[in-house]
Design a protein around this ligand. Structure first.
Ligand SMILES: Nc1ncnc2c1ncn2[C@@H]1O[C@H](COP(=O)(O)OP(=O)(O)OP(=O)(O)O)[C@@H](O)[C@H]1O
Ligand SMILES: [Mg+2]
Length: 312
């Protein structure tokens, strides 16, 4: 069910690295555009590690700052702030003996980065409002769709934290750079959907596959998966043909309608001439002056474009 489709040599060698790092508690940073499968890969690392039977805890670093961030990661003691009605564990504790997945790690607020790095060094911390030192045994996998090195150069991300997280980087290329995986992915996702929705998987015509391979998928694998789900749900026929694809997808393939430059110029010039004519009550000499053309050129254009004006 949770097969990870490779479909290119690059992806196959990436998977070798994945299986290699899975065995050790080394920090891994997964880099890739949105929807390329970073979280799916992090789970594969976890499930192939000696920690597989324990928790995989994902945390989105992009939505929290300051105290909220600390609370989410380290937890709090009862009464440590308004609303803290009981002791609450943070993600580090929940991921004890398991794996903590730091999603969108580039977004950890600068103010939190020092403390965070310190915890990554020795896995000891105290809950907010607490005094007991907690020690956890956690494996760290992080993910980013930003260029972390560039953020370091810009001063938006601490270099020491970057080095700590970046021990083994794994890059997942965007789907447009591994399009030969698309046919297998289509088949895989339709089989998955067929199980989820208890409905036989449809065939897909070669024209549809061909369109899928021509499209660039800015939302990567997630975009492909979502499109298939939509088409799968909305049609009960036994084949998916081009007619079944939603119009907002087909739109990417439409030829732009003919745009004749001479026609564009004629329309724009006619409009400008009529506008100025109107402003100066048809005084042709002034119109030519304002438009920065000779009276002769103006006469020519009036004839050419068939503009009728009352002579004044
Ligand atoms: N190679 C693949 N084979 C099968 N399924 C995949 C593959 N890559 C991604 N998926 C599926 O596509 C969806 C999106 O993947 P995932 O959530 O891991 O992407 P992400 O890189 O974490 O995205 P984001 O940056 O937006 O969080 C998931 O449902 C995942 O299971
Ligand atoms: Mg993700």
């Amino acid at each position: 069910m949770h097969e990870f489709i490779l479909g290119s040599d690059g992806m196959r060698s990436m998977m070798k690295v994945v299986h290699q790092v899975a065995r050790y508690d080394v920090n891994v940073l997964i880099i890739g555009e949105s929807g390329t499968g970073k979280e799916a890969l992090a789970k594969i690392i976890h499930l192939n590690s000696p920690r597989a039977k324990n928790a995989f805890v994902p945390v989105n670093c992009g939505i929290l700052s300051g105290l909220m961030f600390e609370d989410k990661l380290f937890g709090h003691e009862k009464g440590s702030f308004t609303g803290a009605i009981r002791r609450e564990k943070g993600c580090f504790e929940m991921a004890d003996k398991g794996t903590l997945f730091l999603d969108e790690v580039s977004e950890i607020p600068l103010e939190n980065q020092v403390d965070f790095l310190r915890v990554l060094e020795d896995f000891r911390f105290v809950r907010i409002g607490g005094s007991e030192v907690i020690k956890v045994d956690t494996r760290i996998i992080s993910a980013t769709n930003k260029d972390l090195r560039k953020l370091v150069d810009q001063g938006a991300f601490r270099q020491d934290l970057f080095f700590r997280l970046h021990i083994v980087p794994i890059y997942i290329p965007p789907l447009r750079e591994r399009k030969n995986a698309i046919p297998r992915m289509v088949e895989h996702f339709l089989n998955q959907l067929s199980i989820t929705y208890r409905k036989p998987p449809p065939r897909v015509t070669p024209e549809v596959i061909d369109m899928f391979c021509r499209y660039d998928w800015p939302g990567n694998v997630r975009e492909l998966k979502n499109l298939l789900e939509r088409v799968f749900i909305l049609n009960d026929e036994d084949a998916i043909t081009v007619e079944h694809l939603p119009s907002d997808f087909l739109w990417h393939f439409e030829e732009p309608s003919a745009l004749d430059l001479a026609e564009v110029r004629k329309r724009a010039e006619t409009e400008a001439i009529l506008h100025v004519m109107d402003r100066v009550q048809g005084d042709r000499k002034r119109v030519a002056q304002i438009l920065n053309i000779s009276p002769r050129t103006l006469r020519y254009k009036l004839n050419q474009y068939g503009i009728k004006v009352d002579r004044k």
